[in-house]
Design a protein around this ligand. Structure first.
Ligand SMILES: [Zn+2]
Length: 345
């Protein structure tokens, strides 16, 4: 399962944006910084965004992350990142802007829309650096900015950035890195080389993109924060199984999905029932969406559920056979918004 499966043949602007954020290859964090800057500036369709106006926001976004996670790329920091580090000490914004204009945008504007070797179908800006020293915002960006998912999308960018930089900064080899979930704090964390716990990001914003902002069970729209918050982090195989199946790592990311509160604990909610086989297949697809993304969730999922897609299918199915003693009682959501599914099944 790859980004090509995540992004359908006729994608929405959200599909393309999430493809870029979740599946783009990252040798440095500039793509996240550009995405975050655009969401912060909120330019209008047709607007020319001059690099000189983009530079302070973009530079400061990297500076903020650099302050907490010194590695913002896979190679040794070049002149640009050294200048951003200097800004964290001297707060010289003019110097930061000059350094950003000189070295910050070189590759990111060319590569922003690429996922793998091809560009996504919807572009969020046109490169006009040669003619107008900036980028021209497209209608697609406005459509994204005005969409229902925009608040979630802004959080997903930050979340993905934090996950990737954690992998770069922990100094453990990627296949040893395991991201864990804290149910009480609804937070993802990991353990560093000194065996200290390190908070990484909100579990909701880390998982939301892979479900395209929809409830795992009924496909209703999720709201991750604020007064309209309607999202629970749900254990697909319920927590109560821990009592009888202590060997199962039920808090593993492989078993965590985002659910609307109605499906999780509404009047006909799931509570601690075991979902149907149809939904188990959907869990496999969701997990393969996570695997298709680059580190560190990929490595976590592989360690928890197997190295190949067949291993992972068997892993889920074996648990299902062990714990689902009465398939007739399997839980299904009451309603399903079929037009809005994030995956088939
Ligand atoms: Zn639901």
């Amino acid at each position: 399962m790859t980004a090509a499966t995540f992004i359908p043949v006729d994608p929405t602007v959200e599909d393309c944006w999430r493809g870029i954020i979740l599946y783009g290859q990252n040798s440095a964090s500039y793509k996240f910084a550009l995405a975050q800057s655009l969401l912060q500036i909120k330019p209008q369709a047709g607007q020319l965004l001059k690099l000189e106006d983009l530079a302070p926001i973009f530079g400061k976004a990297i500076a903020a992350h650099l302050g907490e996670s010194p590695k913002q790329g896979t190679s040794k920091p070049g002149k640009f990142l050294q200048s951003v580090s200097a800004f964290n000490i001297d707060s010289d914004l003019d110097a930061l802007v000059a350094a950003t204009l000189l070295g910050g945008f070189q590759h990111v504007i060319d590569a922003f829309h690429n996922v793998g070797s091809i560009a996504v179908a919807h572009r969020f800006f046109i490169d006009e650096r040669k003619t107008n020293k900036g980028i021209r915002i497209t209608d697609e960006f406005s459509e994204l900015a005005q969409g229902l998912q925009i608040e979630n999308i802004a959080q997903e960018v930050d979340s993905r950035w934090r996950l990737v930089e954690t992998a770069w900064n922990l100094g453990v080899s990627a296949n040893l890195l395991v991201i864990q979930h804290d149910q009480e704090l609804s937070e993802m964390f990991t353990i560093d080389r000194e065996m200290k716990r390190k908070a990484v990001t909100s579990s909701r914003s880390a998982l939301n993109g892979y479900q395209k902002g929809r409830c795992f069970y009924c496909f209703s729209n999720l709201k991750l924060t604020g007064e309209a918050l309607n999202t629970d982090v749900d254990h697909f195989f319920p927590h109560r199984l821990k009592r009888t199946h202590q060997h199962l790592n039920l808090d593993g990311i492989w078993n965590l999905v985002l659910s609307c509160q109605s499906c999780n604990r509404g009047s006909k909610g799931k509570f601690d029932r075991i979902p149907s086989l149809r939904l188990l297949k959907r869990l496999h697809i969701r997990n393969e969406f996570l695997i298709g993304s680059h580190h560190p969730l990929r490595e976590t999922l592989i360690r928890q559920s197997g190295a190949t897609a067949t291993d992972r299918t068997n892993f889920l199915f074996n648990i299902y056979k062990t714990v689902q003693l009465n398939p007739q009682s399997a839980w299904e959501p009451e309603d399903s918004f079929l037009d809005a599914n994030f995956c088939n099944g």
